[in-house]
Write a new protein. Structure first.
Length: 106
């Protein structure tokens, strides 16, 4: 499955637009990662614990979107867009949403 953030694919004609497809995943932080992130905030640097969780969550959202497009018979998704939102009463959860248009390319 070809994924692109552009509305077209160079060298290919879009034969059919199959509709908007999405993938959403919500993750919650847990105490262990919060402690590691707090330590990172004190000494500086990147939070590997949060980064790896965010990467996995993004990949899961992409996989969900691709699965939806595959069910429609698509061989590509154009106009892919990512959205990251903090949710929950205390902001302890994050939603990663990805969307695009499922298409069939020539």
């Amino acid at each position: 499955m070809l994924l692109t953030t552009t509305p077209t694919v160079q060298g290919h004609d879009i034969m059919k637009y199959l509709g908007v497809v999405c993938g959403e995943v919500v993750i919650g932080a847990h105490l262990g990662k919060d402690i590691l992130a707090s330590f990172t905030n004190i000494v500086g640097g990147r939070s590997n614990a949060y980064e790896s969780t965010l990467r996995e969550t993004r990949d899961d959202a992409l996989a969900e979107m691709v699965q939806e497009a595959t069910k429609l018979g698509a061989n590509a998704i154009v106009g892919v867009k990512f959205d990251y939102t903090v949710i929950g009463q205390s902001g302890s959860m994050m939603m990663v949403a990805v969307s695009g248009t499922a298409v069939t390319l020539a």
